[in-house]
Design a binder for this molecule. Structure first.
Ligand code: MLT
Ligand code: ZN
Length: 244
């Protein structure tokens, strides 16, 4: 999308460093919302803020297998569907799936608990609204989808902006395992930290193996041990929890 940052070396995750998360807002004029925004992500999904609702309904996904490319963005590894891979319908708006990528450890926490990894599936509507579906992982059995992606990730390991054609990838192979989810309005978790992002965090915690986590860590170009943005203030936002 046009809102993605091309030169990934411009910001880092190193707390206290000049281009670290506390300073993202002053690196570029367009990034000011990173510091000044009041609806930033990630947040703690605390039971104190969660309201159980049933009116949101199931995530209505109509994903389809489409050609994709694995890209090393320096701070993370992204699988990009050049022409989208189907869509999800939320509140009557259709959001096309453009890419997914991984953060470690997780960016969102649940009642203060941080997980090992978080996957983001990034969608965009025709008028440029963004919706991200996030899945949390703890250490355990290997994740099937990452297993399938392993050979492509190896090929771009340590290569900044390295790209590798993966062929047709079916996003339905990314398992959710639960229909329950958290929903709130936040932002991109990387600069430009654009607000108005519809966040859907799947309630079910899945697993990733130690080896898979190591694969991702070693693959990123800049060698950062982690790529999770620090927790942001929830301010007066509420979180909805959908339970069928
Ligand atoms: C996010 O999930 O907010 C991202 O990390 C944005 C991106 O894909 O650059
Ligand atoms: Zn992300």
């Amino acid at each position: 999308t046009s809102q993605e940052v091309e030169d990934e070396r411009e910001f880092s995750y190193e707390v206290g460093s000049e281009n670290g998360p506390g300073h993202w807002g002053s690196i570029h004029e367009d990034w000011a919302v990173c510091d000044e925004g009041e609806m930033q992500s990630p947040i703690d999904l605390s039971h104190k803020r969660v309201r159980v609702v049933s009116h949101l309904g199931h995530l209505r996904r109509s994903y389809r297998p489409s050609p994709a490319t694995m890209i090393n963005r320096g701070h993370d590894i992204m699988l990009k569907w050049e022409h989208g891979a189907g869509s999800v319908l939320m509140n009557g708006t259709k959001y096309v799936l453009n890419q997914l990528h991984w953060h470690w450890p997780s960016e969102h926490t649940i009642n203060g608990r941080r997980f090992t990894m978080e996957l983001h599936m990034v969608h965009e509507s025709e008028d440029g609204k963004i919706a991200v579906v996030g899945i949390l992982y703890k250490l355990g059995r290997a994740d099937n989808f990452l297993n399938k992606m392993e050979v492509y990730i190896r090929k771009i390991t340590s290569i900044h902006e390295g790209k590798e054609e993966v062929g047709v990838v079916d996003p339905r192979e990314v398992r959710r395992g639960s229909r329950k989810y958290y929903r709130y309005t936040g932002s991109l978790t990387t600069p430009p930290c654009t607000e108005g992002v519809v966040w859907t965090m799947v309630a079910k915690i899945r697993t990733v193996s130690r080896e898979q986590l190591k694969l991702l860590k070693e693959a990123v170009h800049d060698g950062t041990e982690m790529n999770a943005r620090p927790m942001q203030a929830i301010n007066d936002r509420m979180v909805q929890f959908y339970r069928p």
